[in-house]
Write a protein that binds this ligand. Structure first.
Ligand SMILES: Cc1cc2nc3c(=O)[nH]c(=O)nc-3n(C[C@H](O)[C@H](O)[C@H](O)COP(=O)(O)O)c2cc1C
Length: 317
């Protein structure tokens, strides 16, 4: 797939997830096959004020390229300033979050609230397009609620403002993550615009991603929750391997993920939480999954202890 002047090798890629898709998870996903990776949402105001939190989220490793960096905001001037900061640091794509459903975000007019006022959002995208040197993309939902399903209208507006590609998560803001994602809306957007559309929602395997592409005509697929505890979902060959080969690959990916966490984050609260959280995802499907998770969270005080505990349960599984 091509986004602006950027050729992306593989069509199935990691979706941004706040609190999850930090550099270590992005890199292990990339090494498994996600050719393009996206940062967590970065609050534009926080970034221009250089808050510790925004700086931490905006940090990436040189090997992560190409990297899309996602901004959250609703003020054109602030978004442009934040976009210039990210561009200067090397972002390969600037993505604007127009889908976040969290009330604390939408109350201030950000995230999916941008879909409510199409003319105002057009002005924001116009301002961004004027100074953005790299591809500019947006990530939208089906609409605000079932009475306002305007993904097609927003997509057409974005295309006419010079946006290079669109990701569609077809649930509405009010649906949050409930029910099944209505893939038909992705198809409607694909048919309405001439720029690449990425589909997203409820995909948990590479073959399902191919099915979404076939059913909707989208040119790539983003996987979010389906990648938690299984970054190998991005490997096109994985499903065709026998159980032993899959287990060996999974084991290597998990160990690599833990190594990346150690490399990027010094021992401490954040690092330990990352190890525990992801090992708990990796424990899914084990016979003694509950006992493994309980022991990791209740009894392990260091990353080494958590890893040794996980290995014990993994070897017994
Ligand atoms: C914990 C969590 C955090 C998320 N954070 C973001 C975010 O920062 N930016 C964004 O555009 N979407 C965010 N999303 C939405 C996902 O990118 C994706 O659209 C959604 O999970 C549906 O895809 P899935 O069914 O593959 O998970 C988040 C989702 C989850 C579960």
């Amino acid at each position: 797939m091509r986004i602006g002047n950027l050729e992306i090798d593989s069509p199935v890629r990691l979706a941004p997830m706040a609190g999850v898709t930090n550099a270590s998870f992005r890199l292990v996903s990339k090494e498994c096959g996600s050719a393009l990776i996206t940062s967590e949402e970065i609050d534009a105001t926080g970034l221009v004020r250089h808050t510790d939190r925004s700086e931490q989220i905006a940090t990436f490793h040189p090997t992560e390229r190409p990297l899309a960096m996602q901004l959250l905001g609703n003020d054109a001037e602030t978004l442009v300033e934040a976009m210039e900061v990210l561009q200067e640091r090397g972002a390969d794509i600037i993505d604007i979050n127009m889908g976040c459903p969290m009330p604390k975000i939408t109350r201030s007019g950000k995230g999916s609230a941008l879909m409510r006022d199409v003319p105002a959002t057009a002005l924001i995208l116009r301002a961004l397009r004027r100074s953005c040197q790299v591809p500019l993309t947006i990530k939208i939902r089906g609409g605000w609620d079932m009475q306002h399903l305007n993904a097609v209208e927003v997509a057409q507006m974005a295309e006419s403002e010079g946006v290079d590609a669109i990701t569609v998560h077809p649930r509405t803001r009010s649906q949050r993550f409930a029910g099944r994602a209505p893939w038909q809306i992705i198809r409607d957007v694909v048919e309405a615009v001439n720029i690449p559309v990425t589909g997203n929602g409820d995909v948990t395997s590479y073959s399902e991603a191919l099915q979404m592409m076939a059913e909707t005509g989208c040119s790539s697929v983003m996987i979010g929750r389906g990648a938690l505890g299984q970054p190998w979902v991005f490997n096109p060959d994985f499903e065709g391997w026998n159980v032993e080969r899959q287990r060996e690959y999974r084991e290597r990916a998990i160990a690599r993920h833990m190594e990346l966490i150690r490399t990027f984050y010094p021992e401490g609260r954040y690092s330990l939480l990352q190890v525990k959280r992801h090992l708990s995802y990796y424990a899914r499907g084990m016979r003694s999954v509950r006992e493994c998770r309980r022991t990791i969270f209740a009894e392990c005080d260091t990353r080494d202890e958590a890893w040794t505990t996980f290995r014990h349960f993994w070897d017994a599984a």
